[in-house]
Design a protein around this ligand. Sequence first.
Ligand SMILES: [Fe+2]
Ligand SMILES: [Fe+2]
Length: 181
Amino acid sequence: MNHMTAYNLRSAFGGESQAHMRYRIWGEKAEKDGYPTVARLFMATSDAEQVHATLHFKALQDETGDYDVSSRAGFGYGTTSENLQGAIDGETFEFTQMYPAYIAVAEMQEEKAALSAMKYAIEAEKIHAKLFTKAKESVDNDKDLNAEKVYLCPVCGYISLTGDEEKCPLCNAKRDLFKEY
Ligand SMILES: [Fe+2]
Ligand SMILES: [Fe+2]
């Protein structure tokens, strides 16, 4: 694999791995703060970031060995409203700056496996940002997020609050595969 694409995939793996952990921490905080549905959104999205990290890791299959990895990642253990803003900012950075730049390099270097992993991620992050924005609006009005369940496509990291899709709109996976929270 070309050096810059491999470097970018490792960085994206690092960013997704940290988002996975951060959302679990913020999910537990949301539960404590009395927002159980926001907590479920954080947990489902945490698992979505694990899906992305796994796609990147597998795309790097022949790139073995130890590397120093640097990734941009948000910190802060605040109120659930503040944590949701942190999540919105992180997702927005990923789909407006990080992935567009990494995808441009991977296209130039004709790295197909990297492109398919990163294209799933960028589209899912846009949805994540929208749902976190919706959750923040509810919390800022002293209400929990209004949803019966939260659904995750375990193939691409797409999240839904209705689960009424016939198939995943991002990757066409069967609706039966969706995980419920
Ligand atoms: Fe995300
Ligand atoms: Fe999907």
